[in-house]
Design a binder for this molecule. Structure first.
Ligand SMILES: *Cc1c(COP(=O)(O)O)cnc(C)c1O
Length: 427
């Protein structure tokens, strides 16, 4: 499999773009390779600059739930483009997409569109702080909410310490208000809230974390967070940028029947265009300008082309059995992978929620970030490379999810399982 064009493009790219990429995980650093440059994609298949075809389980990191270049989405986008690409004024499409999100996610009374998941978490935190008049927030080790200053914090030193910045260029003072807790560990949250009594504005989490690999939440943990937040007047924020419209039409909150106060969306609602949104309880969202004192704005927010893509995609997701079929195919794939691993004597854990799948090379289930870090990354790297050579495009990191789309066929799944069996046997 030749990759010379990708190598050439990467060399050229590095002269103009830091590290040759516009988002770090694309660089393939954690698998010790050069990135593939993508030329085009269609359905479940992605094609690199050298003309190699792969079955794609990245799906642009989640948005492409209908597969690439879906004709209906492409048609809606083309129609919107012909009518003008941005007006800086409200349009009916924004209203329509907002109504579709509300219909699917009943905890959302009002929502504001922005241009990325990153911006959505920033907006949600600001409104939670404005609403409560408090500054501190609780976030979980290993949960990712975009490259927002105050959220670029992981625990170096355990669950009950104050956060330290995870990136150069983030002033220590910016993360002073970020308190860290351990996922699936309610006591670690209670400890933080007691220590900072009356100061915590929000508890923010990925209800099903997908950025430390896919980690299953314990129901009692989520329920505990809900009652804790109710008792303390804290805004509970579910980051559903990845899980929204991915694990079920109503997101993770519908699977676990927990009603957050605010939710954050992105990825699928923009169907591959830059869209994010935050929304929830009307008394909280009424704080947002121009209704209230919390300022947040965007020149291109609610862009008509992006809204058209979102509307076309969300329309498709309403089909009866859409998620049942997606989940069945996802489970089938992952069970196949797991049994091949078992035959090869390699311990593997798999997690599936709707069209979101995770694997860890580990002999026990992973419940939090520290346990994710303890899994075998070296085996993943060898698995990843073998799969890539066999024409299967997985996320280039052991701590990322795999995504199924409705364009993936049973034949795609069978080919992926065959490839995995060979790779795992020869690992
Ligand atoms: C991708 C992601 C984000 C960030 O979204 P961007 O559009 O990349 O800014 C935030 N939260 C979660 C859970 C994500 O998976």
């Amino acid at each position: 499999m030749s990759r010379t064009k990708s190598v050439e493009l990467f060399e050229r790219s590095r002269l103009s773009i830091p590290g040759g990429v516009n988002s770090p995980v694309r660089a393939f650093k954690s698998v010790g390779m050069n990135p593939l440059f993508i030329q085009r994609a269609s359905g479940s298949k992605i094609h690199d600059a050298d003309g190699n075809e792969y079955i794609d389980y990245v799906g642009s990191w989640g948005p492409m739930i209908l597969g690439h270049a879906h004709p209906e989405v492409a048609g809606a986008v083309t129609e919107a483009i012909a009518q003008g690409t941005s007006f800086g004024a409200p349009t009916e499409r924004e209203v329509q997409l907002a109504e579709m999100v509300k219909a699917a996610v009943p905890s959302v009374d009002l929502l504001r569109f922005v241009n990325s998941g990153n911006e959505a978490s920033q907006g949600a935190l600001r409104v939670a702080r404005g609403f409560t008049g408090r500054d501190k927030i609780v976030k979980f080790e290993g949960c990712y909410h975009g490259s927002v200053d105050a959220l670029l914090v992981k625990a170096g030193s355990g669950a009950t310490t104050l956060g330290v910045p995870d990136s150069a260029g983030v002033p220590a003072s910016f993360v002073k208000t970020t308190l860290l807790a351990e996922f699936n560990n309610l006591q670690s949250v209670i400890d933080q809230i007691e220590e900072h009594s009356g100061e915590v504005a929000a508890v923010l989490l990925e209800a099903i974390p997908g950025n430390m690999g896919v980690v299953a939440p314990e129901l009692a943990f989520l329920q505990g967070l809900r009652s804790l937040c109710d008792r303390e007047g804290i805004v509970l924020i579910f980051d559903e940028v990845m899980t929204g419209f991915r694990v079920a039409l109503g997101g993770a909150q519908s699977l676990f029947e927990i009603t957050p106060d605010l939710s954050i969306f992105g990825k699928i609602i923009g169907a591959g265009f830059p869209v994010g949104a935050y929304g929830g309880r009307s008394d909280i969202m009424e704080q947002v300008a121009p209704l209230g004192p919390v300022y947040q704005a965007g020149t291109l927010s609610g862009n008509p082309v992006a809204m058209a893509a979102g509307i076309a995609t969300l329309g498709r997701l309403q089909e009866p059995d859409f998620y049942a079929v997606l989940a069945e195919r996802s489970r089938n794939l992952m069970e196949g992978l797991q049994s091949s691993a078992k035959e090869a004597g390699i311990p593997m854990q798999v997690t599936v929620f709707g069209g979101m799948m995770g694997m860890f090379f580990s002999d026990k289930p992973v419940r939090n970030y520290q346990e994710a870090l303890a899994t075998d990354s070296d085996v993943f790297v060898r698995f990843f490379r073998g799969m890539l050579d066999a024409g299967i495009y997985l996320a280039p990191s052991p701590f990322e999810a795999l995504f199924m789309s409705s364009a993936h066929s049973d034949d795609d799944v069978a080919k992926t399982q065959d490839a995995a069996r060979k790779v795992l046997t020869n690992l």
